[in-house]
Design a protein. Structure first.
Length: 92
């Protein structure tokens, strides 16, 4: 019987399969978190450069966040501007 198991392969138990899948998900999530941490500062610098071409804005007033909501990732860019800055931006 052990020869048949060797030839046909032994079927894994469902708890072992679930455990392996969970490990894969955790590894992928950790890789995504480290990749996210790597590109956000670069993205923020590039956004500041592009926005500054069109609007006079303080670089400290631009915030970039990446949030995870269930299976979605949301990239949020916030630009704080005073009423005077908004009026000046519309004139251009």
């Amino acid at each position: 019987m052990s020869f048949l198991k060797f030839l046909l392969g032994e079927k894994k138990k469902s708890n072992e399969v679930a455990k392996d899948r969970l490990k894969l998900i955790l590894v992928r999530d950790r890789e995504m978190d480290s990749a996210t941490a790597d590109f956000l500062p670069q993205l923020q610098r590039e956004l500041i450069e592009v926005i500054s071409k069109y609007i006079k804005v303080n670089p400290d007033d631009i915030k970039v966040n990446l949030d995870k909501q269930d299976s979605l990732e949301v990239l949020e860019v916030k630009i704080e501007m005073s009423a005077e800055e908004m009026a000046a931006a519309r004139i251009k």
